[in-house]
Design a protein around this ligand. Structure first.
Ligand SMILES: *Cc1c(COP(=O)(O)O)cnc(C)c1O
Length: 464
């Protein structure tokens, strides 16, 4: 067991606060050693998503910005007016990116949150509270099946009914007729993704916007993933239809600064067409003995470092920097897609852009994954249907990565055909692939065990 617990052999296992502190240099050296080993994995450019910037210079710059305010609590504005400047300007820059100037019927506003899930959660809370103020108490929303699980999580937390709309298997975008047929008097909002996490495809936001307007309900556009890259793709002339406040039915947008905004993890934005909707989710307790309490979102204390680093990322890159990075990423993504399409055995799902997903009608695609893993590639595994996805980020734009992808993929296809013919099941398919008939009770137990292992495994290591 001990060799399964990370670094147990190298550093031992800590089970209690050490009585005596260790020298700082020693602690830093240990941290640096692990970071160096782990960074080597994605620096190769073979890891999908997750390291959006991948540029240690940029990380170093943001670390400096973070360090200046890391100890500051953004909740206490009287002693840190800088945070009001950072937060206000992050919101303003995001609103501008999503064409808030096109809104003439309301005053647009936003919130900075701790991540995409938090942005979606705050938006749904706002819709629920606004509906409750109007006397609606059994609200529902309709999301495409492909929209992020954060919507399911928020509905679970807030007692909102979730209706899952099917997607067209060929285009992977939402079935509009189904959505229209399921709207009722308790529907508070529709959801569309720009783009979705699984396939990188964009729902027909313009049509969803018309539908939402005609039925007098909200439309949340989840641009957590695409928000800080698609607008620049549009400027570069890629075929990206508008998904923002230029469409009159779009009432809120989530966009993660901690993805293609290249900021540190722990930061995102959620923008509202109408300030009143945002304000509907405010929390305040004015008669508490501890003093008058209010917070703009669900978090209490927040690190000023994150606001400073996010602001620093945005203003140091500017539109020009984002556009340049987007150009490199789009170009790489289309080259990789061309490599996939050059194999008649492989099929791209829908019409993706910077993130693409592919499957095969001739063999289990997890055979391809098994082979690519041996070559150091890490894709995201999908199910129903089994597919692999690659979110192209800056590490893939380095010289030689697309060429290596094409060469390794060609060998992987030959390997997959051979394995399929011999009837062996792919090793990675058992974990990441779909289970015929859906999830079983054993699979549920397995997932619970995996989560516990992330937190409890130090207890399983035998003491020396
Ligand atoms: C990442 C992502 C989210 C959720 O974001 P977190 O930052 O992981 O909480 C939501 N929607 C889409 C499309 C995403 O890619």
């Amino acid at each position: 067991m001990s060799n399964e617990y990370p670094y147990a052999e190298r550093y031992g296992v800590l089970r209690a606060l050490p009585e005596k502190g260790r020298p700082r240099e020693e602690v830093l050296a240990e941290l640096a050693e692990m970071a160096r080993d782990e960074d080597a994995f994605w620096e190769s450019g073979r890891c999908s998503g997750t390291m959006y910037c991948g540029d240690h210079d940029h990380y170093g710059f943001m670390t400096e910005a973070f360090g200046l305010y890391a100890h500051v609590n953004a909740l206490q504005r009287d002693i840190c007016p800088s945070q009001t400047r950072f937060e206000g300007e992050i919101i303003a820059m995001a609103l501008d990116l999503f064409h808030a100037e096109a809104v003439s019927d309301a005053v647009p506003a936003g919130l900075v949150t701790s991540g995409g899930t938090a942005s979606i959660t705050h938006a749904l809370l706002a819709y629920r509270e606004a509906a409750a103020a109007g006397g609606l108490h059994r609200p529902n929303i309709i999301k495409p099946e492909t929209a992020h699980p954060a919507f399911d999580k928020a509905c679970h937390l807030f007692g909102i009914e979730l209706r899952r709309a099917p997607v067209d298997p060929a285009t992977t975008v939402v079935d509009l007729d189904w959505v229209a047929s399921q709207i009722d008097a308790d529907t508070i909002a529709l959801v569309g993704s720009a783009c979705n996490y699984g396939y990188g495809t964009i729902d027909p936001i313009e049509h969803l916007s018309e539908l939402a307007l005609s039925r007098g309900i909200g439309l949340h556009v989840d641009a957590c993933l695409g928000g800080f890259i698609l607008p620049f793709g549009e400027e570069l002339g890629y075929p990206i239809a508008p998904f923002d406040f230029r469409l009159p039915g779009v009432t809120s947008i989530s966009a993660d600064t901690h993805k293609y905004g290249y900021a540190f993890k722990g930061s995102s934005t959620v923008l509202f067409r109408d300030k009143a909707l945002r304000n509907a989710q405010y929390f305040f307790l004015t008669d508490w003995s501890g003093g008058k309490y209010c917070s703009p979102g669900m978090d209490g204390s927040r690190s000023g470092g994150l606001l400073a680093a996010t602001w620093a990322s945005l203003v140091s890159l500017g539109r020009e920097g984002y556009r340049r990075y987007a150009a490199e990423i789009f170009e790489t993504a289309y080259e990789m897609q061309a490599a996939v399409s050059s194999h008649s055995e492989l099929r791209l799902l829908g019409r993706p852009s910077f993130l693409f997903s592919f499957t095969s009608d001739e063999f289990d695609i997890y055979h391809v994954n098994d082979f690519m893993r041996l070559r150091g590639w890490r894709f995201n595994g999908q199910q129903y249907p089994n597919a692999l996805h690659m979110a192209v980020t800056r590490p893939q734009t380095k010289a030689g990565v697309t060429e290596a992808f094409a060469a390794d993929l060609a060998e992987a296809v030959a390997y997959a055909k051979e394995k399929e013919a011999s009837g062996v099941a792919p090793a990675s398919g058992a974990i990441y692939g779909g289970v015929a008939g859906g999830m079983t009770a054993e699979a549920d137990e397995f997932i619970k065990m995996v989560m516990a292992e992330m937190m409890d495994n130090q207890q399983a290591v035998p003491a020396e």
